[in-house]
Design a protein around this ligand. Structure first.
Ligand code: ASP
Length: 438
């Protein structure tokens, strides 16, 4: 039988009520054999995440401020879950040990990881699944980088002996035997590592949204859910601002060709979004997958007659950006001109210097600056090889009375990026959405 790995995020495990939903989901499908958990997250707007409170404990100790009350709040959250679920596990010895270690200068990674650890213990008891501490099977090397090879082997061997298991997310073991965490949101990465090691048929990532939407719901009313997306489409969309998943979570399963299914713990019947291996995209010719965008870019438009014959012109521009430590986003060019698109915040303070250096070293005919621009990416494999898609997009934006200031289409043809003024951003996103989605 195929194996599914199910990772549950903090909001899915924030209370006893949420834990019951999680149990129902797991018991509904026997192939959900390995469960990866986050620490309890927010129960309501304004509530605290356990991980944040743990980091705060560490900060208190650093400044020799008592953290008893804070620790009581954390303990109370866990006691409430255990009591409401009528579990027999006694958390006192665990909490006592954690508190003692915090008092005696435990590392910040150890402290931060305890939310996942305790939540894993609780859920394993609630489900009757084995508990496996990732400190025994997820490893980092002496440089602090994730040790993929050693980890994959160990996880595969270890889990082969367990029919079912709960594994805390977010942390593993450093080369000196100490607890080490991934960056924030890292339980997604743990889920992905486990899915790969057990050769799962799917990595289910359960959260509080039903997958990805085709556009930002703050801009488009009730946008449609994306049913299927490829890893590279997702990369394009998340680069432009749409994110649900930890970036590093994608690589282990992507390499192994395992799909990720983003699901909603609160609406488990909703099939969510499936992220597929790029090698097997279901091409939806003539349709788009999603739209994402960001505001606050600056365009530096540089014009020089016979630019083509001035060999090294673009290299000089790029080395000026490099020496000023300015990353650029896009570099669309024409016959005698090139534009550099950078985030406002990255260039604001250095603008004068950069312009002076470009004038001196590149001797252009003109340089124009357009601040406060927005970039909008329309993404989808369905656009490749489909004539008329770009025309449809530009017509929609033109009909909305919006001036397109820049166009950039990647050679892979899976995205078309346009630049508009910040003030036109939302209107342009809506125009594009309604041009393609009926
Ligand atoms: N609890 C950790 C965090 O809040 C890791 C996770 O939830 O994925 O970042």
């Amino acid at each position: 039988m195929s194996i599914k790995v199910a990772k549950f995020g903090g909001s899915s495990l924030a209370s006893a009520e949420q834990m019951r939903k999680v149990r129902d989901i797991i018991l509904a499908d026997k192939s959900r054999r390995y469960v990866v958990v986050s620490a309890p997250g927010k129960r309501y707007n304004g509530d605290s995440k356990i991980t944040d409170l743990l980091y705060l404990c560490h900060a208190h100790v650093q400044y020799s401020v008592p953290f008893n009350e804070l620790f009581d709040i954390i303990s109370e959250r866990f006691f409430n879950i255990v009591n409401e679920l009528n579990l027999s596990i006694d958390l006192n010895p665990y909490l006592k040990e954690i508190k003692h270690k915090i008092e005696t200068n435990a590392s910040v990674d150890y402290i931060a990881s305890r939310g996942e650890y305790l939540n894993g213990l609780i859920l394993s008891e609630f489900l009757g699944y084995d508990f496996i501490d990732p400190a025994e099977m997820i490893f980092f090397d002496e440089y602090g980088s994730f040790d993929s090879k050693k980890t994959q082997e160990t996880v595969a061997n270890r889990l082969a002996n367990h029919e079912n298991a709960v594994i805390p997310g977010f942390y593993g073991c450093s080369s000196n035997g100490k607890i080490k965490t991934f960056s924030r949101g890292g339980s997604d990465v743990t889920g992905s590592i486990v899915a790969r090691a057990v050769k799962a048929s799917v990595y289910e990532n359960w959260t509080d949204v039903s997958g990805f939407l085709m556009a930002d719901p703050r801009i488009v009313d009730n946008p449609k859910r994306i049913e299927e997306i490829t890893y590279d489409e997702l990369r394009e969309l998340s680069y432009m601002g749409a994110t649900v998943l930890h970036e590093d979570a994608v690589f282990p399963v992507r390499e192994a060709g395992i799909p990720i299914n983003i699901r909603n713990t609160n609406i488990p019947d909703n099939p969510g979004t499936i992220i597929l291996n790029d090698k097997s995209p279901k091409i939806r010719a003539g349709s788009i997958t999603g739209i994402a965008g960001r505001k606050d870019f600056t365009v530096i438009a540089i014009q020089k007659n016979l630019m083509k014959s001035d060999i090294g012109f673009v290299r000089r521009i790029l080395s000026i950006l490099e020496s000023n430590n300015i990353p650029f986003e896009h570099l669309p060019s024409g016959i005698d001109n090139i534009s550099i698109i950078v985030e406002n915040s990255k260039i604001e303070k250095k603008m004068e210097k950069v312009l002076r250096e470009i004038s001196e070293q590149c001797k252009p005919d003109s340089i124009d600056i357009y601040p406060d621009m927005a970039l909008i990416a329309t993404v989808g494999h369905g656009m490749a090889y489909t004539p008329g898609m770009a025309a449809q997009l530009f017509t929609a934006v033109a009909k909305a009375g919006i001036n397109i200031r820049m166009i950039d289409q990647g050679s892979s043809e899976i995205n078309i990026i346009i630049g508009v003024e910040n003030k036109d951003f939302e209107k342009a996103v809506r125009a594009i959405y309604y041009a393609f989605v009926v």
